[in-house]
Design a protein around this ligand. Structure first.
Ligand SMILES: NC(=O)NCCC[C@H](N)C(=O)O
Length: 258
C-alpha cells in the first residue's frame, strides 16, 4: 500500500528575509506565516497524510520551502543542490530526515544545480524546468539518477517564473494545468488545461478528487469544482509574498518501502 507521509519544515524566524526574484518585495507578517503554515500542515493531516517535521533550519530564511531540497522518485531521495547559494545549507537536515525514513539517497553534485520546485512528476514522466535555479548539469544528473529506475525525463525551458512548478502542476488524471502568460512553451504538454489565475496552476494532490490549493485562486477553484474535483483551500499569502506556493511547503513520500 502506498505510504502517505509528507515532509514539512517549520518557518525560520528569518522568513521575512527570504529571496524574491520575479516579484516586488512585500512585508511578510511572520506570526501570520506561522499560523498559515500550521493550517497547511493540518490540511494535509486531515486528508490522511502523516506529516514529518524536518528539523528546523532557523538560519535559513527560505527553509520552509522544503520541496526545493529533495526530489523523490520511487524509494530514492535525490538531494538537491539549490541554484540559490543562500539555500544550500537547507539540504543537510532533509538528507537526515529521508535517510531516517529508509530512502536510498543520491545527490546533485557541483557543477549541477537543481531545486525540487523545478521537478514535476506525472507517473513515470519527470518534467524538469531548466531555468534560474536548475542548470543543464543538474538536468543531466537528474536524468542519470532516475532514468535507470524507469523514469522518462523531459526538460522544459522556464524563464518567466521561479520554478517549473510555479508555472504548471498536474491534476490527478495527468492533465497539466498552467497559466499561459507564465509559461515558456505550453505546447510541450500534450494534455493541457489553461487556468485563469497564476496561483491556480499550483495544486497538491491529496488523494481521490481532493486538490490542495491557494485561496488566491478562487476562479480556478470554481473551474476545478465544475470539473468534478474538490478543492481544499488554504491561505498562504505570506509565503506567496516570497514566491512560494502550495506545492513548495511539503514533499510527499508515496512509495516508501519501509
Ligand atoms: N518550490 C517553490 O516554489 N519554492 C519557492 C521558493 C521561494 C523562495 N523565496 C526562493 O526564492 O527560493
Amino acid at each position: 500500500m502506498p505510504s502517505k507521509k509528507a515532509l514539512v519544515r517549520r518557518p525560520s524566524p528569518r522568513l521575512a528575509e527570504g529571496l524574491v526574484t520575479h516579484i516586488e518585495r512585500e512585508k511578510v507578517d511572520a506570526d501570520l506565516a506561522v499560523e498559515q503554515w500550521e493550517a497547511y500542515v493540518e490540511a494535509l493531516r486531515t486528508h490522511g497524510w502523516e506529516t514529518i517535521e524536518v528539523d528546523p533550519a532557523d538560519d535559513c530564511p527560505d527553509s520552509v520551502f522544503v520541496e526545493d531540497t529533495v526530489v523523490m522518485y520511487k524509494n530514492v531521495a535525490l538531494i538537491s543542490r539549490p541554484g540559490a547559494g543562500s539555500r544550500r545549507d537547507e539540504t543537510a537536515g532533509v538528507e537526515e530526515a529521508v535517510a531516517g525514513l529508509g530512502c536510498s539517497v543520491n545527490w546533485i553534485w557541483e557543477p549541477g544545480t537543481l531545486e525540487g520546485g523545478d521537478v514535476l512528476k506525472i507517473g513515470d514522466t519527470v518534467y524538469v524546468g531548466r531555468g534560474g535555479r536548475t542548470n543543464a548539469a543538474g538536468v543531466r544528473q537528474l536524468r542519470a539518477a532516475f532514468e535507470p529506475l524507469g523514469a522518462r525525463v523531459v526538460s522544459v525551458p522556464v524563464s518567466k517564473v521561479l520554478h517549473l512548478k510555479s508555472a504548471v502542476t498536474a491534476l490527478p488524471d495527468g492533465t497539466v494545468i498552467g497559466h499561459i502568460p507564465k509559461m515558456d512553451v505550453p505546447s510541450l504538454f500534450a494534455r493541457f488545461l489553461p487556468v485563469p489565475e497564476e496561483s491556480g496552476s499550483h495544486v497538491v494532490l491529496l488523494g481521490g478528487d481532493k486538490l490542495l490549493m491557494a485561496a488566491s485562486a478562487p476562479k480556478t477553484a470554481e473551474l476545478f469544482k465544475d470539473l468534478g474535483y474538490e478543492p481544499v483551500v488554504v491561505d498562504i499569502s505570506e509565503f506567496e509574498k516570497l514566491e512560494g506556493c502550495v506545492t513548495c511547503l511539503s514533499v510527499r513520500l508515496r512509495e516508501l518501502y519501509a
